[in-house]
Design a protein around this ligand. Structure first.
Ligand code: RP5
Length: 167
């Protein structure tokens, strides 16, 4: 199966968070590429990577970065493929800096920005799966099943809570 998703991160220090993106992609058996590249420290390599990924058949980019997090925005400026941005809590501003830098894009260059940190990183993977599922019925069915499982999980949690409070 071809690589459909490219996951970029600004530094190796983002890996612990971005592993949550890998988790979501793996749950749906999506093959993905991972690359550490920085919008500020390796600007030319970022552009080269995007072009090579497009040629390889990548359909969605995910970019995680902290601080002045311009990685997702820069990726979006060089492609017409969907770009999902993951703001990472890497500075004393606790991710608020990265959130604003990732989501406050000018009209014409959208970045689908998820929540700061690991919840957002997981959802970025899931959102990429949802993008791919538009043209993949099997994947769409797997997503429907995923939602059903979520329902049963919450129902089971409720049962547990109900038992606990009746004691
Ligand atoms: C950002 O700066 C990276 O995405 C990372 O979140 C943060 C710190 O990078 P390092 O100094 O750990 O390389 O560009």
């Amino acid at each position: 199966m071809a690589i459909k998703v490219a996951v970029l991160m600004g530094s190796d220090s983002d890996l612990g968070i971005m592993e949550n993106t890998f988790k979501a992609l793996k749950e749906f058996k999506i093959r993905f590429d991972v690359k550490v590249l920085s919008a500020h420290r390796t600007p030319h390599q970022v552009v080269r990577y995007i072009k090579a990924a497009e040629k390889k058949g990548v359909k969605v980019f995910i970019a995680g970065a902290g601080g002045a997090a311009h990685l997702a925005g820069v990726v979006a400026s060089h492609t017409v493929l969907p770009v999902i941005g993951v703001p990472i809590d890497a500075t004393p501003l606790k991710g608020l800096d990265a959130l604003l830098a990732t989501c406050q894009m000018p009209p014409g260059v959208p970045v689908a920005t998820v929540a700061v940190g690991k919840m957002g990183a997981y959802n970025a993977g899931l959102l990429a799966v949802q993008c791919l599922a538009i043209a993949d019925r099997k994947l769409a069915r797997a997503l429907v099943q995923y939602k059903k499982t979520m329902v049963s999980t919450v129902v089971a949690k409720d049962k547990k809570v109900q038992k606990t409070i009746k004691k």
